[in-house]
Write a protein that binds this ligand. Sequence first.
Ligand SMILES: Cc1cc2nc3c(=O)[nH]c(=O)nc-3n(C[C@H](O)[C@H](O)[C@H](O)COP(=O)(O)OP(=O)(O)OC[C@H]3O[C@@H](n4cnc5c(N)ncnc54)[C@H](O)[C@@H]3O)c2cc1C
Length: 351
Amino acid sequence: MICTGVEEKMGLHGSPTCSISLGGKGKCRGFLLGAPNKGMEVMFHMMNEVRLEVGTQAFTSANLAYQHALDYAKQRLQGRSVENLADHGAAQVPIIRHPDVKRMLLKMKAYVEGLRSLIYYVAYCFDKEATSTDEAEVRKYRNLTGILTPIVKAYTSEKGFDVCVEAMQVFGGYGYTREYPVEQMVRDCKIASIYEGANGIQAMDFLGRKVGGSKGGMLKSLIQEMTLTIAAAKQQERLKGLAEKLEAAAGLLEATCTRAIQAMFSAQSASAFACAHPLLEATGDVVTAWMLLWRASIAVEKLDGKEAAFYTGKIKAAEFFITTILPATLGKLDAVTCENNPAADMDENLF
Ligand SMILES: Cc1cc2nc3c(=O)[nH]c(=O)nc-3n(C[C@H](O)[C@H](O)[C@H](O)COP(=O)(O)OP(=O)(O)OC[C@H]3O[C@@H](n4cnc5c(N)ncnc54)[C@H](O)[C@@H]3O)c2cc1C
């Protein structure tokens, strides 16, 4: 084996990557591990842990970028507040006071908090699957880890990257320069949607092996868990409306997955797989909304103490995500065209 070069990468400069040539220096022997043609199955098993780690890597870049953007937005003075637009003598304010900057920061906060909970929750499900002695419970947690692992890998890597890009936007021109830290996070984060199975492959695992392979069983476990949170949130006056919105989204998700399963096992299978990624993304949105509602249900009980601002922020993140992002998810689910998808029969010569 010889090292044929060190890759010139966009990011991750703290971790060199080389290309190697197996057998490039004389004879080389390969050994078959396990049964023939079972490699993919074994590989997915091996990859489960790494998929969680890659999602976590993207999440940490996103969290760091958000923290930097938040800090910068409190310091950078630029423009007058919208209340004083007509007063040309009014003092400049920190950009965190502008509604559009607040929108960007709250969007980042919502994704970062939702994705953090999702990662912890999936790690918890893996622990429960490994340690529970109750057969039904093991089955439930196996279903949850099965369906949520490609979401952690693919959805977190994409939304984590989006958060890094949004953080650069908060910095304005400085964000695009190397003197400030977020351009590094944008570069470092991008790889997460590519390595350990590109996200297109994760989406095929999600639809083919998880949603379709379990004939909807894994999805059922997921919806059942969401329903528990929704029922508890409905008991809270402040969260009732949010819970109803999530309930509607979960219902549409279930119906869309049923359509996708039917298409997958029919002559429309190419159309179904052309929708695997959009379906994974919409599922990630619904799961993130679930996590945020769950966090808000805990926060709503703690608004009286000295940490009221901290907990109010959790409720705001849920309100923001469920009222401004989740409605678009309903449209994304409607757009899951798993019958006669134009991409499915798009011949090479038509491009
Ligand atoms: C920085 C870095 C570090 C890496 N480290 C390692 C390492 O340590 N060990 C290691 O083994 N590998 C490593 N890799 C390799 C990495 O895992 C692969 O690059 C990655 O899995 C994608 O495979 P590929 O590059 O062959 O892309 P391809 O498989 O050629 O994919 C290209 C595109 O086609 C799509 N595609 C491919 N096949 C299908 C299909 N059947 N259906 C639908 N869409 C498809 C993909 O989704 C993707 O969008 C590393 C890569 C990088 C960039």
